[in-house]
Design a protein around this ligand. Structure first.
Ligand code: C2E
Ligand code: CA
Ligand code: CA
Length: 516
């Protein structure tokens, strides 16, 4: 409309101006006065032109502001508010556009999926503000390492993705790039009040074949990152097709676990725990077994990690614990039941309450229950883990540190959690029975445990040779195949019944002798 008014007023100005201006000039030179109607029309014309020009300026300003506001809104919706990196949805969009643009250019695109290792620990130990500061500083470090034209996004939490144009998908070139990122991240961060350290794990892949889209490439990099994490963290891995096969196998195993849970295929088995000095049975460790009606299923070393990753571990453990408590209720009351607890379960703030309720329902004294947890629990939310263990211990439940010696925790960290016992991992014990084996490491661990004031269980005692090697170390408990393989509830019942008979039988003649 403004344009219409402006055009009309310009045309009128030209028409009126041509007629009136010569009359005005003539009038000023002493000629007859110009026609007042035409003069007024010309003045109105000039006012209209001025109005149009002012309106045009105001509108142009408004439009410029709106464009800037829209650009800012797009920038904000495209970026992660904390680090200013792209977010997931904008990365996919921009990355797809980058891939299309690259079809016409030489070279390829490398994708890196980066996850900070043990970042939760920074949050837990130093607080969320420090965690946020570290994420901002980490994003800056990553950005500095990337060549011009790269994209970087924060996908959420402590996960970043980068798309980097590279001249070719040569492994050496990718290694140089990934190693530089790992080295940059390993430098300590000097945050306002604390110095913090983190490392990163990265998955790398390239746009090879060049028909892949952003989602597929990010998925491939993610699978490679999972591989890097699984193989010890603080490292990178290049995507290989077998990773996709492993990923599919994991998804299938997860579906099978779900099915197995619904079909009641998981059952508790029990391994004896013995007082090495006296040879007396002190309790059993419950170990999960997957026994379908037909066929074979993997052992807990395989299915427990998958159950942990897929969030099924709580349900699996609940079912097994319920069954184990029912079994233990039939055993003599001095025998303990040890159950393995995953770090994932200890993140549940209701874990202690649920477990105590189960004990009550099963009519088992809390002092008969021992929880076996590993050092991995130290990498979770330590405050929640601590509170959970403390409330369970206050009720009499005991806590063992399982697989001692296999983690990376310092003694100071170990002291943060209230343990009642440590279990020396079987990998340290295996060699003890063989000719010329040295018991120094195990002895050192035992004396370390004693130094911390904690009793010890030695696991993985496979033969009498190992047992003999342990005979000098003093009072410890032990378990392992030497005492028998883990067995099901019925076999345990039979074992206990037989030993009771033995006890009664050996007690009976004495009683008869006394009577005589
Ligand atoms: P773990 O807690 O260290 O359990 C001991 C493992 O060592 C068991 O393997 C047991 O069968 C095996 N073992 C016992 N004695 C010997 C021995 O003399 N020599 C050798 N070579 N091995 C021995 P299993 O049952 O395959 O369990 C493997 C791991 O799976 C367990 O290690 C534990 O971390 C986990 N796990 C088992 N059941 C459960 C469960 O119900 N919940 C959770 N969270 N983890 C479980
Ligand atoms: Ca254990
Ligand atoms: Ca163990």
């Amino acid at each position: 409309m403004l344009l219409g008014i402006a055009a009309a007023s310009i045309i009128m100005f030209v028409g009126h101006g041509a007629a009136v201006i010569p009359q005005v000039i003539h009038g000023l030179r002493g000629g007859p006065a110009p026609d007042p109607l035409l003069t007024n029309a010309l003045l109105l014309n000039i006012v209209l032109l001025l109005f149009g020009w002012r309106r045009h300026r105001a509108l142009s300003h408004e439009i410029r502001e709106r464009i800037a506001a829209e650009a800012e809104a797009r920038r904000l919706s495209d970026s992660d508010p904390l680090t200013g990196c792209l977010n997931r949805s904008s990365l996919t969009r921009r990355f797809d556009a980058m891939l299309v643009a690259h079809h016409e250019r030489p070279g390829t695109v490398a994708v890196l999926l980066i996850d900070l290792d043990h970042f939760k620990l920074v949050n837990d130990v130093h607080g969320h503000q420090t965690g946020d500061d570290l994420l901002v500083a980490a994003a800056q470090r990553l950005t500095c390492q990337l060549p011009a034209g790269s994209l970087i996004a924060r996908l959420g939490g402590d996960e970043f993705a980068c798309a980097v144009p590279v001249p070719h998908s040569d492994r050496q070139l990718l290694a140089t790039m990934a190693d530089a990122l790992i080295a940059a991240m390993a430098e300590p961060f000097d945050l306002s009040l604390v110095a913090a350290r983190v490392t990163l794990s990265a998955g790398v892949c390239t746009n090879d074949p060049p028909t892949l889209d952003a989602r597929t490439l990010l998925h491939r990099a993610d699978m490679a990152m999972y591989h890097a994490k699984k193989h010890g963290k603080n490292r990178w891995a290049l995507f290989e097709p077998m990773m996709e096969r492993e990923h599919i196998a994991r998804r299938e195993l997860e579906a099978a676990i779900r099915h197995g849970l619904a079909a009641g295929e998981f059952v508790p088995y029990y391994e004896q725990q013995i007082d090495i000095e006296t040879g007396a049975l002190v309790g059993f460790e419950m170990l999960a077994r997957w026994l379908p009606e037909v066929g074979e299923r993997p052992g807990p070393d395989i299915f427990i990690p998958v159950a942990e990753e897929s969030g099924l571990i709580a349900e699996l453990s609940d079912r097994l614990t319920e069954q184990a408590l029912a079994d233990a209720a039939e055993w003599p009351a001095h025998l303990t039941l040890s159950i393995n607890i995953s770090p994932v379960q200890l993140r549940d703030p209701w874990f202690a309450q649920k477990l105590l309720k189960r004990l009550l329902t099963a009519n088992i004294a809390p002092s008969r229950l021992v929880l076996e947890i590993t050092e991995n629990c130290l990498h979770g939310n330590l405050a929640v883990v601590h509170a959970t263990l403390l409330s369970l211990r206050n009720q009499g439940v005991r806590v063992s540190l399982d697989d001692f010696g296999t983690g990376y925790s310092s003694i100071a960290q170990l002291r943060q959690l209230p343990f009642d016992r440590i279990k020396i991992d079987r990998s340290f014990v295996r060699e003890l029975g063989s000719e010329g084996a040295r018991a120094e490491v195990v002895e050192a661990m035992i004396s370390l445990g004693r130094g911390l004031g904690l009793p010890i269980t030695v696991e993985g005692i496979e033969n009498s040779g190992v047992l003999r090697a342990l005979s000098d170390v003093g009072q410890v408990e032990g378990q392992g195949y030497h005492y028998g393989f883990p067995e099901n509830a019925a076999a345990v019942r039979a074992r206990l019944a037989a030993s009771e008979q033995t006890t009664t039988a050996s007690a009976a003649p004495r009683a008869a002798g006394e009577a005589a």
